[in-house]
Write a protein that binds this ligand. Sequence first.
Ligand code: OFO
Length: 173
Amino acid sequence: MISEKMAKALNDQIGLEGYASYLYLSMASWCDKEGLGGCAEFLHRQSAEERDHMLKIFHYLTEVDQHALTPSISQPPHEFESVQALFRQVYAHEQKVTLSINKLVAMATLDNDYSTISFLQWYIEEQREEENLMRTILDKIKLIGDGPLSLYYIDKEIEAINNAELASEGNEE
Ligand code: OFO
């Protein structure tokens, strides 16, 4: 059993992960519309991952005899200034999620809630990996610059990153 306060904070995190899933879905759709198929695939995969993150907390709450609540999710933006701005937004969102996970760990520590501390270790590692991935993407985008074929090269680069992610997921199974 975990505290009501902890359960409420984890339910809020469900909402944040759910929003990330919808945000990345919306971004995938915008990329498809702009002809950026590689970026769209990357974001579809990220969106599915975020849904998994949401469900993981959902199941954890049930396991510790708390009520997991299906969140209401506000509508994400549908339009983005550019693919560069879009990935800056992804990185900012991941940083926000990291901050929120850190707060959850701090709360669980104050509560002597070792079960939740242990559960959240997976999220700490995941956020470190995700932030690193998004920074790598932003670095590549910067290197490519804004020459006439930059969108083509950005899309190819992100398609390659997505394929590498898929391959490493395959290896983990
Ligand atoms: Fe679940 O927010 Fe990052 O990955």
